[in-house]
Design a protein around this ligand. Structure first.
Ligand SMILES: CC(C)(COP(=O)(O)OP(=O)(O)OC[C@H]1O[C@@H](n2cnc3c(N)ncnc32)[C@H](O)[C@@H]1OP(=O)(O)O)[C@@H](O)C(=O)NCCC(=O)NCCS
Length: 190
């Protein structure tokens, strides 16, 4: 058994795997078979469904439901009241439990407050989804997207700073000094 903290109002079903140092706050519900890495922070009124897998140091702000089909790599930030989905065409009278679409959120990605991720679209590592965006397509690594439907407005560094590429397609993060290159519309750290 790992050493984690759960507030007395949290409900943790049998068969959850919870990493050492993880904290689960007021009124949150972890369902059978979910897996949480070390040092995650699960805010208030969060639901984590069966089979969801979260890496290490995933921060989930208040009022987020993480549905079956969602996986998040290490260091993902899920902003307050953001929304995942897992059925593309729900009808109350039609059972679509075998039709859940998957959403994978890559390492270090951030999803802003109140954003919605339409299912079946992966979010690249260190991508940044602006507050209130509605994501309807794949989001590339390091891309910054905003709006409804979400459109790319630029690129973000691993420290969450806008990247301005020069004529040689090189950008320097103003916070970390790390360098990035843009090649074939893909960003990578150099
Ligand atoms: C996307 C974001 C990082 C952009 O920040 P920024 O680089 O400082 O951008 P600016 O404020 O300079 O805005 C640039 C333009 O984008 C627009 N814009 C900024 N954020 C936007 C958003 N979320 N949705 C739509 N448009 C947005 C601005 O209105 C501005 O438009 P204009 O040029 O027509 O005036 C930021 O606005 C954001 O959404 N952060 C998420 C905050 C959040 O949810 N935190 C959760 C934890 S508390």
């Amino acid at each position: 058994m790992s050493d984690f903290f759960a507030h007395e109002t949290a409900v943790i079903d049998e068969g959850c795997q919870i990493g050492t140092g993880t904290k689960v706050w007021h009124f949150s519900h972890l369902m059978t078979g979910c897996v949480l890495g070390e040092k995650c922070n699960i805010g208030q009124n969060v639901v984590i469904s069966p089979k969801v897998v979260l890496g290490k140091n995933v921060k989930v702000q208040n009022n987020v439901s993480i549905y079956e089909g969602v996986t998040c790599d290490d260091d993902v930030f899920l902003g307050p009241s953001m929304v995942f989905t897992n059925v593309i065409n729900p009808r109350s009278a039609v059972n679509r439990k075998n039709e859940y679409l998957k959403t994978h959120v890559g390492k270090g990605a951030s999803i802003g407050a109140n954003a919605t991720i339409v299912c079946g679209h992966n979010i690249g590592q260190y991508a940044f989804i602006g507050a209130g965006a509605v994501v309807t397509k794949e989001v590339p690594d390091y891309a910054l997207v905003v709006g409804n439907p979400a459109r790319q407005m630029g690129w973000m560094s691993e420290f969450g700073q806008r990247l301005q590429f020069d004529a040689g397609n090189i950008a320097v993060c103003e916070e970390s000094g790390e360098k990035y290159k843009l090649e074939n519309n893909k960003v990578s750290k150099i």
